[in-house]
Design a protein around this ligand. Structure first.
Ligand SMILES: *Cc1c(COP(=O)(O)O)cnc(C)c1O
Length: 380
């Protein structure tokens, strides 16, 4: 029995809605299922406006366009993140400044953001790693004091809160991902959450190729035309119909994922007490959405050995981000400090299989194999 790292979960309603979308005769974007998904997310997250996108990457690109990022503008973000957080702003000519993680948590440290601010800084991008909130009060205070916009890369963070506020709904913009590796999926897919009433109309224009077609379709105009620089960011109704089946079942999905996460967390308490590994920390201001479960090993060597050991038992465990500032693409142009905490998580963090259909038996096997590894392995 091979245990994969991820397995996409289907609620069973996807086919029905997909067929409904096909038979409706409207399969391009911004149709009935798109509206249903957007309304759902607006209510669920308490935001003024949500636009479905074809990916979280697209939602981030939309935020860079909406913030009118110009060449030379500086954008601060963690180095411990996915490339899309950076690419979205690089495409507009921004200069990226990478900030370090906390010593004890992969999330960006607000103090590390503050030291990078210059008169050219325009935006702070935060990433809620593993669906666990960054310290948003501290971030919003920095943003206010320095008049900076805040974009939340909430790709992993649906159904998770910061002090009762849904992640993605706190900064100027929030970006969700519905990629097949996330909690709620549509193959590829995403959403832009807009917390500023004034930019809702502009967002719709950018979303629809730079035209006011959305307003035209609502009957507000007698023609539509080119209004701004935009692109085609909206998904087809085929994607939206699939997504709606998932959103309708969000409570069930979340309940199951959190239960699996909690079982891992409890099971590894002893390994943490004996200082073999550290478990994830959920700060008191944050909730956990069961997006991913990781352990932090004491060294890179040990992490590699653990991954190899689990692979030998047919269990696929994986590491995560390589620091963006050390990537092949960026390292030549990087001029900042060594980011030691980011490097530590990059080298020592390992993610265990976590998906809806992971059975108790499979999870017991994974837990057993990790414990077995540490009872054999004497290095620390
Ligand atoms: C998954 C992910 C993305 C990219 O999402 P897509 O929907 O695949 O574009 C961006 N940022 C983070 C932090 C992610 O985890």
């Amino acid at each position: 029995m091979k245990i994969p790292f991820n397995k996409p979960y289907l609620t069973g309603k996807e086919n029905d809605y997909f067929v409904q979308a096909v038979q409706s005769g409207h399969i391009s974007g911004n149709g009935l299922f798109t509206k249903k998904c957007q309304q759902f997310l607006e209510q669920y997250c308490g935001v003024d406006k949500t636009l479905l996108t074809t990916s979280c990457t697209d939602a981030l690109e939309m935020s860079a366009l909406l913030l009118d990022i110009q060449p030379g503008d500086e954008v601060i973000m963690p180095s411990f993140t996915f490339v899309s957080s950076a690419n979205a702003f690089l495409l507009r000519g921004a200069k990226i400044k990478f900030a370090d993680s906390y010593p004890h948590h992969p999330n960006v440290d607000p103090a590390a953001i503050e030291i990078l601010i210059t008169p050219r800084t325009k935006v702070i991008v935060v990433v809620h790693y593993a669906g666990v909130a960054c310290d948003m009060d501290a971030i919003m205070k920095i943003s206010k004091n320095n008049q900076l916009a805040v974009v939340e890369d909430a790709a992993q963070a649906i159904a998770s809160n910061y002090k009762n506020k849904p992640l993605g709904s706190i900064g100027d913009f929030g970006a969700y991902s519905f990629h097949e590796t996330k909690n709620i999926i549509s193959g590829e897919g995403g959403a832009l959450l807009i917390n500023n009433k004034k930019v809702g109309e502009q967002a719709e224009i950018i979303w629809e190729k730079g035209t006011n077609r959305a307003a035209f379709f609502r009957g507000e105009l007698d023609k539509y035309e080119w209004k701004a620089v935009g692109s085609s960011f909206l998904p087809s109704e085929l994607t939206a119909s699939f997504l709606y089946a998932q959103l309708e079942n969000i409570e069930t999905i979340q309940h199951k994922r959190k239960a699996i996460w909690m079982r891992y967390f409890k099971a590894f308490e002893q390994l943490e007490i004996t200082k073999k590994i550290t478990r994830p920390i959920i700060p008191s201001y944050a909730t956990n959405n069961g997006h991913l479960f990781y352990l932090v090993c004491n060294s890179k060597e040990q992490r590699t050995q653990l991954i190899d050991y689990l692979a030998s038992k047919d269990i696929l465990a994986v590491f995560h981000y390589l620091p963006l500032h050390k990537s092949q693409y960026f390292k030549e142009q990087y001029q900042g400090d060594e980011l030691v905490h980011c490097t530590h998580f990059s080298e020592c963090l390992v993610r265990l299989p976590l998906y809806y259909d992971l059975t108790n038996v499979e999870q017991e096997k994974i837990i057993g194999c990790v414990n077995e590894f540490y009872s054999i392995n004497k290095t620390t």
